[in-house]
Ligand binder design. Structure first.
Ligand SMILES: Nc1ncnc2c1ncn2[C@@H]1O[C@H](COP(=O)(O)OP(=O)(O)OP(=O)(O)O)[C@@H](O)[C@H]1O
Length: 244
């Protein structure tokens, strides 16, 4: 379970989070929706312990990432839109390297890798060097890397950006499998259709605050709209949506 409790964060004069609250449960996929600059990435970075909140608190299965960053990261996997890979290493070597950084033994890494190859659909690239990988292939390696230590919680920042239809579908299937296993998944996305199809609930964020939270149907009912995109526009008070 992931919790942000009245979190404030500013960068100089810019207020990124202005008392953001949300709670993401186990065995659920929670979408973070918000216009550009709403604070979604900042929220994910605070949960991962990359940034410290000015006020308020974060908890990953009850562990505060600001106080116990290593214990919190052990419980977390993160996939960001900046997928940094070592071009000379193969996918398998990446997984081996990151498994060791997590303190895993060779046998455990080999077992986890075999499972992830199927889950993420890596068979054709597992022994290829990552130099020249397409955006979709890079995203798959990043997802595999995030899942290797079998975290109970997964953070994804716009994971389907740049993925073709087949890769986006494979990603959705992988996330549904993880949800069925009880994983808590938080997904920041601009793709309304993806959030609609995949997420059990969405947290709508505007100007660093949570303005609404609920299933797609509940958000539509609340705003008297028929589609999540219209509900999103009504809730955030912006004139143009940014759905793909
Ligand atoms: N390191 C930083 N230095 C200065 N300002 C920052 C920094 N990180 C974020 N911000 C600002 O904080 C606000 C929230 O940014 P954030 O990246 O969290 O938004 P977002 O919802 O993820 O946006 P997008 O949908 O465009 O990715 C923005 O105004 C952004 O410019």
């Amino acid at each position: 379970m992931l919790v942000l409790d009245k979190v404030y964060k500013s960068f100089g004069a810019v207020s990124a989070l202005d008392g953001l609250d949300f709670r993401a449960g186990d065995g659920r996929i929670t979408g973070l929706l918000g216009p550009n600059g709403a604070g979604k990435t900042t929220a994910l970075r605070i949960l991962f312990g990359l940034l410290k909140a000015d006020r308020g608190s974060a908890a990953i299965d009850g562990v505060d990432p600001a106080r116990e960053p290593l214990a919190a990261r052990q419980r977390l996997g993160i996939v960001t839109d900046q997928v940094g890979l070592y071009p000379r290493l193969t996918t398998r070597e990446h997984l081996d390297y990151f498994g060791r950084l997590h303190g895993m033994q060779s046998a455990a890494i080999a077992r986890a890798t075999a499972e992830i190859v199927d889950l993420v659909g890596l068979a054709d690239i597992i022994d290829r060097r990552t130099a020249g990988f397409s955006q979709g292939q890079r995203m798959k390696v990043a997802l595999a890397r995030a899942l290797l230590h079998q975290p109970r919680n997964l953070l994804l920042d716009e994971p389907s950006r740049g993925l073709d239809v087949v890769s986006a579908r494979a990603l959705r299937t992988a996330l549904q499998h993880l949800r069925a296993r009880g994983c808590c998944i938080v997904l920041a996305s601009h793709v309304m259709q993806e959030v609609d199809q995949l997420c059990d609930e969405a947290v709508v964020i505007a100007a660093g605050r949570s303005v609404a939270c609920g299933s797609s149907a509940a958000l539509c009912a609340r705003t008297g709209t028929r589609q999540l995109e219209d509900a999103f526009i009504a809730l955030t008070g912006i004139e143009e949506g940014i759905a793909a």
